[in-house]
Design a protein around this ligand. Structure first.
Ligand code: NAD
Length: 494
């Protein structure tokens, strides 16, 4: 049984009694316990981050960047070990876990360019003998709160850029799969990161609320479900903090009548069922435009029925279990609800659950789903794909624009005009053209619209640097002896 505690001031830290079970979702067995931090334990991490801030923020950006280079190398060396930790607690297949680490590593690579990214702007001679420039400076102690579905990648959307900018960091990972994030903390220390710059506090609402309200925390990055994202945004803002809070999703893929069907089907299989649908960019709705619906269902059905579902550590598996028994029950209850509300269940994955001790559900496929149905409105976060049929392109756009979520979407077509118009008018933050999961690369920023994001700035890329820095504008004149009288009117450049 593993015991997962906290990582404060460069070392694993003993924790108080409150704890919660960690499960291997592929076997259903309890494999360890994670500590749930008290207020005072969380305050200890804040104090460590505060103490580390002056020296860290004064270190040159180049030196900070060199530590991130070391960390990047360690991530590569420890890729297999980290991937296994993810699979053992999350359930996703091993290759997918490695893919997640790679996407996080790319943010580290972006952050190593921090000397360049922090550069400000300068205007010489804004008036006679006067120059103006702007600086980007760090904020202080910042916190990140992450969801279960990407225990390595989502923290790495946040802390590499935050610490590269000169901030110190407190990470509160998901209590469902915390081990890989804790291992990351150890690797950062091994890379040469000074103690206290990166701390991990495991826990639940008690730890989160302490971070949201503590006067020494300057900013909070959150990724998780929409109700919690909204709560985090409101609470932390009320306490004077800068916040970015990314929430849930319901991502549609529009299938135009001229789309390449083989490409559509293989893209949908990966995007809907990869990681058992537990991705915020998973496609959960296929919008069949015109007459393509019957053919689409015909091609999808055998593929969904034959998905290789099993322990993610075994080679050749395409889909692992869901993260917890509670989540499995919740997703199954959505499948029940879909049937009750009149959607046509083409493939029923519930039979897979009965045969296993782990939290498995086979792929589920619904046809004739309509916008009023619960399975259309809610984020299910499981291997359940709904096909909605619409008469034309405009109806597809209207459907997507009226949905409360706006994280990702895609259009599959061979028509450049339709694709271009779609990119222009769709009310969604990340758009794919013949690309099913359009997750922006680390050097661009990631974020949704509508109820998928609270706050003005997206994560990583240029928005990440903006979020973790504040601007200072400086106007300077050196004495020349020419203008020593006081000015009583608003200065202008003339
Ligand atoms: P969650 O909202 O339940 O938990 C996220 C984090 O918030 C965890 O660290 C958890 O401990 C904490 N938390 C939970 N309830 C809380 C409360 N009442 N008060 C304070 N803190 C609380 O999310 P999850 O189930 O771990 O993750 C799945 C969700 O995350 C999905 O909705 C998914 O779409 C979303 N997600 C979004 C993105 C994105 O980029 N938009 C990315 C990944 C996941």
């Amino acid at each position: 049984m593993t015991k997962v505690t906290h990582y404060i001031n460069g070392r694993n830290t003993p924790a108080s009694e409150r704890s919660q079970a960690i499960f291997n979702p592929a076997t259903g067995e309890e494999t360890g316990r994670v500590s749930l931090a008290s207020v005072s334990e969380t305050e200890q991490a804040i104090a460590a981050a505060k103490a580390a801030y002056p020296a860290w923020s004064e270190m040159s950006a180049l030196k900070r960047s060199r530590i991130l280079f070391n960390f990047r190398a360690l991530l590569e060396t420890h890729m297999d070990e980290l991937a296994e930790l993810i699979t053992l607690e999350h359930g996703k297949v091993l290759e997918d876990a490695k893919g997640e680490i790679t996407r996080g590593l790319e943010v580290v690579e972006f952050a190593t360019g921090i000397p360049h990214l922090l550069k400000g702007e300068i205007s010489e001679q804004i008036a006679l003998g006067i120059d103006a420039w702007s600086l980007n400076q760090s904020l202080g102690v910042v916190a990140g709160i992450s969801p279960f579905n990407f225990p390595v990648m989502v923290p790495m959307w946040m802390f590499p850029i935050a610490i590269a900018c000169g901030n110190t960091f407190i990470m509160k990972p998901s209590e469902k799969d915390p081990s890989s994030t804790l291992r990351i903390a150890e690797l950062l220390t091994e890379a040469g990161l000074p103690d206290g710059v990166f701390n991990v506090v495991n826990g639940d609402k008690e730890a989160v609320d302490t971070l949201l309200t503590h006067q020494d925390v300057e900013a909070v990055s959150f990724v998780g479900s929409t109700p919690v994202a909204e709560y985090i945004y409101k609470t932390a803002s009320e306490h004077g903090k800068r916040v970015q809070a990314l929430g849930g999703a319901k991502n549609h893929m529009v299938v135009m009548p001229d789309a390449d069907l083989d490409q559509v089907v293989s893209s949908l299989m990966g995007a809907a069922y990869g990681s058992a649908g537990e991705r915020c960019m998973a496609i959960s709705v296929a919008v069949a435009v015109g007459e393509i619906g019957d053919t689409l269902i015909e091609h999808l059905k055998p593929k969904v029925e034959n998905l290789r579902v099993g322990n993610g550590l075994l080679p050749g598996m395409e889909m692992g279990p869901l993260v917890t028994r509670d989540h499995l029950d919740k997703v199954k209850s959505y499948v029940d609800k879909g049937e009750e509300e009149g959607a046509k269940l083409i493939v029923d994955g519930r039979s897979v659950s009965a045969k296993n001790n782990g939290f498995f559900l086979g792929g589920c496929l619904f046809d004739n789903v309509t916008p009023e149905m619960t399975i259309y409105r809610d984020e299910i976060f499981g291997p359940v794909l709904s096909v909605v049929r619409v008469k034309d392109y405009s109806a597809a756009v209207q459907l997507i624009n009226e949905h409360k979520y706006g994280n990702g979407t895609a259009i599959f077509t061979q028509n450049g005009d339709a694709a271009r118009q779609f990119c222009h008018e769709i009310q969604v933050g990340m758009v794919g053209v013949n690309v099913p999961i359009p997750v922006p690369m680390a050097f661009h920023s990631f974020g949704g619209w509508k109820r998928s994001l609270f706050g003005p700035l997206h994560v990583h890329g240029p928005d990440g640097v903006r979020f973790y820095t504040r601007r200072k504008a400086i106007t300077a004149r050196w004495p020349t002896g020419l203008r020593c009288d006081p000015d009583f009117v608003m200065p202008t450049s003339s």
